[in-house]
Design a protein around this ligand. Structure first.
Ligand SMILES: Nc1ncnc2c1ncn2[C@@H]1O[C@H](COP(=O)(O)OP(=O)(O)OP(=O)(O)O)[C@@H](O)[C@H]1O
Ligand SMILES: [Mg+2]
Length: 497
């Protein structure tokens, strides 16, 4: 088609044809330099490449066969890249081209209810995702000046946490414990508890078995939590590069919402696997191993990730990202390298104890070893007051109980205190998938502090609590109601039963 015809047909519009014609008319022939690399070897999710002298760290490279990789290691005569996508045709000798781009991921509300991989591609069978924008995977965390204090509570729906180890919006709270101690269950419960609370959630599953992935997604779906959640998955069989990128991808998605002024919650399940993937990549790329064979920058990697969780100032829209990183310990060893790193990076930890689990105290949270360094500021004043009294009682009881193990005879007053402590322990037990409203938390705290449960046998505690919960849910009492009002109503309810 002659240029004139094209131009006359579309003069007023901004059509691609017009643009193309304009570009062609200005086209100049000349010498252009481009670089072409070659794969030297490939294996274990890594490609060694030579011949790309201007490649940058973290740049995406495109391979001739359709694979893609991320530059991860620059050596004198070659570069190491981690594969993001690998076709069956990739071998030594495949040509490599620079793209000049860094890794980014699609973000936006269209992701809600979806399951994606760390590159943002859908893993569910629902089809294309209409992203509302793109965001770089590795950005700097917000500067101090853009941040605000943690001042609003984020309710987990768990009795122990919401009362004694409270979490605030924008806080980073570590879930730490041996395998099978209930860490993921509590994280899932927390996500489920955000229903109707206007908090968008991101659940990142790193290196988990497919059965765990499926059951996590199913649990969220059944509880109606997928409507406000996106699940980012790099399962155990995924390439190490994807496992390494998964938390950053999830963080980027949540960060986009935070920047838009929303409250978000992100769970990293779990960062031990992430650290191991990073160690694997680093060793394969022949970086010098440090403590426990982890590369020296693992602390930097995790702190960079977790520093991106914060609460933004009102000027920046007031959004927040609360992070719940999960770490697995071995034989309760919290002094190992990765756990100590994360304990120091986060604003507190919730410690899950295998022995408590074995004794049937579920969720198996060890209150004595758990802390929340900033969440107390965000706690509602009345809950804080009630919980303070209860916590003191509980800690004293745990100390006293040690004496009874020796079978020593106790004074009557001591026995009464121990009985009261045992009742409290029964009250603190909670089933999985049963997050509680904050009003009910208030009710049981007042009931305990007023001694309204003291006369019960241990077996009766659970049923009394269930009855109280039913009554609280039917009544429309709120936290700002006076304490006397609460006390009176709870007394009346318990007498009815
Ligand atoms: N509050 C609870 N009540 C009853 N069962 C529970 C409770 N919390 C956890 N469980 C059970 O404990 C088991 C282990 O829990 P979970 O998978 O959450 O542990 P985990 O610490 O995430 O384990 P892993 O290290 O393998 O990921 C599950 O079968 C779960 O159903
Ligand atoms: Mg788990």
């Amino acid at each position: 088609m002659p240029d004139d015809a094209v131009l006359s047909a579309d003069t007023q519009t901004d059509s691609p044809l017009v643009k193309q014609a304009a570009w062609l008319s200005k086209y100049q022939y000349g010498l252009r330099l481009s670089e072409q690399g070659t794969v030297i070897s490939v294996g274990d999710g890594i490609a060694w490449i030579n011949g790309l002298p201007s490649a940058c760290m973290d740049e995406v490279v495109r391979l001739e066969d359709g694979s893609s990789a991320l530059v991860f290691h620059l050596a004198h005569d070659r570069l190491g890249a981690i594969l993001l996508h690998q076709t069956g045709q990739l071998t030594a000798g495949t040509q490599v081209f620079l793209t000049g781009k860094r890794l980014s991921i699609g973000v936006g509300d269209a992701l809600l209810g979806r399951v994606i991989d760390p590159l943002g591609l859908p893993l569910d069978a629902v089809g294309h995702i209409a992203y509302s924008g793109n965001r770089s995977l590795d950005v700097r965390s917000p500067p101090i000046i853009a941040r605000d204090f943690v001042a609003q509570p984020l309710y987990t729906g768990n009795k122990i946490i919401d009362s004694m180890i409270p979490i605030g919006k924008g806080q980073r709270q570590l879930f730490i414990g041996d395998n099978g101690s209930g860490k993921s269950t509590l994280a899932i419960d927390t996500v489920i508890n955000q229903r109707d609370k206007d908090v968008y959630c991101v659940y990142v599953l790193i290196g988990q078995k497919r059965s765990t992935v499926v059951s996590t997604i199913e649990t969220l779906r059944r509880a109606g939590a997928l409507a406000y959640t996106v699940v980012v998955v790099a399962e155990a069989t995924a390439m190490p590069g994807l496992k390494y990128l998964a938390p950053f991808a999830g963080c980027t998605v949540a960060e986009a919402w935070m920047a838009a002024g929303r409250d978000t919650l992100i769970v990293y399940d779990d960062l031990s696997t992430h650290a191991r993937s990073y160690r694997e990549l680093s060793l394969l790329l022949r970086r010098p191993p440090g403590r426990e064979a982890y590369p020296g920058d693992i602390f930097y990697l995790h702190s960079r990730l977790l520093e991106r969780s914060t609460r933004l100032s009102a000027k920046r829209g007031g959004g927040s990202m609360t992070a719940l990183p999960i770490i697995e310990t071995e034989q309760g060893e919290i002094a190992a390298y990765i756990p100590t790193n994360l304990i120091s990076i986060t604003d507190g930890q919730i410690y899950f104890d295998r022995q408590l689990f074995a004794r049937g105290f579920l969720p198996a949270i060890d209150v004595t070893r758990s802390v929340s360094r900033i969440g107390g500021n965000a706690q509602h004043a009345t809950i804080k007051k009630e919980a303070g009294r209860m916590k003191l009682d509980y800690l004293q009881f745990l100390e006293l109980e040690v004496f009874t193990r020796f079978g020593s005879r106790l004074e009557a007053s001591m026995e009464a205190r121990i009985k009261r402590g045992q009742i409290l322990r029964e009250m603190l037990k909670q089933d999985l998938l049963a997050p509680l409203t904050i009003e009910f938390q208030m009710a049981w705290l007042v009931a305990y502090n007023e001694g309204l449960f003291d006369h019960l046998e241990l077996e009766q505690v659970a049923s009394q609590l269930a009855q109280l919960q039913e009554q609280v849910e039917n009544a429309s009492l709120n936290l700002d109601e006076g304490r006397d009002q609460w006390k009176m109503l709870i007394n009346a309810w318990l007498k009815q039963g």
